[in-house]
Write a protein that binds this ligand. Structure first.
Ligand code: PLP
Length: 374
């Protein structure tokens, strides 16, 4: 059987066995509704409380500041919809995920003023420009922690600081960052943060929104009294427990993990160079370990991705969440990559389960595909 080389960890990650094990009791035996008062609901209720405490501790928050959601998209939508309801102007970046950009389009249609900050050729937002664009006495500044296509990390603490000086709320979409770098929301001055478990070896279909205590923000999903009355819907206890386990596990080995994945990434680049492959490496030096965006001049990224697939290797072209769309990636456009080069782009995203053998296979496969001129 062909070996699978999974190198699309920015799209989703493999569930950690430890997270999987932790979920099982709540799928099979401890299935009570955590909101019920009887004793059979005590165990899921306790598990929910424990998961909230674990997640809060992992990001330097208080347990009551964590609100469980169904995914990163829901957390992002909650934030932008709150700004719409509060009639706040929004300043965001041109390289946000569509989970932010699409609701921002809605905000514009609803009459909110939305400014999309440009980024440098490395994909970094300017703190000075953010500051200049927060013009009224209140508003929402929403800038992602790390980009999904090129991995670039933004100056989040500085952005939060300038937002507060203007009386604005600061949100960050940390879906690509949480579980991959250390984040302390209180120390960094973050008011709201979106996260998604399946990006850090947790299960799919669960995420959370951190909201700083005291922040007045409208609820999003209305119904029951779950999540302090701010996010209705019976809690997905098993997935929430799996998310907490995965986050704690990743953060316990974060420095080692970053070092290992950076090592794999360096080997990938070294080997491409040694084989004389011509490419442009997009993004910044300061990026999420393992997120490698490569443009091959004169080639078609989609064709490369499909040929790699035939060899059992998973990578993506542009943003994996949007792989059905054929438009040029808005992120590559924003960093000034021309359309022809952008079309020749693939994203290799390495994770904690990748090995040096995987890297060797990826490099040799790319080399042989390019030699066939796809
Ligand atoms: N934000 C970013 C930066 C992402 O990369 C993604 C998914 O790729 C999302 C939001 C959406 O997360 P989810 O898949 O959990 O809805």
């Amino acid at each position: 059987m062909k070996k699978l080389v999974y190198a699309d960890n920015a799209a989703t990650t493999r569930l950690s066995p430890k997270a999987y094990e932790s979920m099982l009791p709540y799928l099979l035996n401890e299935y009570g509704n955590a909101s019920q008062p009887y004793s059979f609901a005590r165990s899921p209720k306790r598990a929910l409380k424990q998961a909230r405490e674990t997640i809060a501790e992992c990001i330097g928050a208080l347990p009551e500041e964590i609100f469980f959601t169904s995914c990163g998209t829901e957390s992002d939508n909650w934030v932008i919809n709150g700004a719409i309801k509060n009639e706040l102007p929004i300043v965001t970046s041109s390289i946000e995920h569509h989970a932010i950009l699409r609701p921002c389009e809605q905000a514009e249609m609803d009459g909110c003023n939305v400014v999309y900050l440009p980024v440098s050729k490395d994909g970094v937002v300017s703190v000075i420009e953010a500051n200049q664009n927060m013009k009224s006495s209140s508003g929402l500044l929403s800038v992602m922690f790390a980009n999904n296509e090129i991995g670039t990390i933004q100056p989040v603490a500085e952005l939060a600081e300038v937002a507060h000086k203007k009386g604005w709320v600061f949100h960050t979409d940390a879906v690509q960052a949480i579980g991959h770098i250390s984040i302390d929301v209180h120390r960094m001055g973050i008011d709201m943060l979106s996260a998604s478990a399946h990006k850090f070896n947790g299960p799919k279909g669960v995420g959370f929104l951190y909201m700083k205590k005291g922040l007045v923000w409208p609820s999003f999903i209305k119904g029951g009294r779950q999540e302090y009355g701010f996010r209705a819907g019976t809690e997905n206890v098993a997935s929430i427990v799996g998310m907490a386990t995965a986050l704690e596990e990743n953060l316990a080995q974060i420095h080692l993990s970053i070092e290992r994945i950076c090592g794999l990434e360096n080997k990938l680049i070294e080997k491409l160079n040694a084989l004389g492959v011509a490419y442009v490496h997009n993004g910044s030096e300061n990026h999420i370990a393992g997120n490698v965006s490569l443009s091959f001049p004169g080639f078609n990224g989609e064709a490369i991705m499909h040929r790699l697939d035939l060899k059992g290797i998973c990578v993506s072209t542009g943003s994996a969440c949007d792989s059905k769309e054929t438009q040029i990636s808005h992120v590559l456009k924003s960093i000034g990559i021309d359309d022809v080069l952008a079309k020749g782009t693939i994203r290799v995203s390495l994770g904690k389960y990748n090995t040096i053998e995987d890297v060797n296979m990826i490099v040799h496969a790319i080399k042989s595909i390019l030699e066939c001129r796809v």
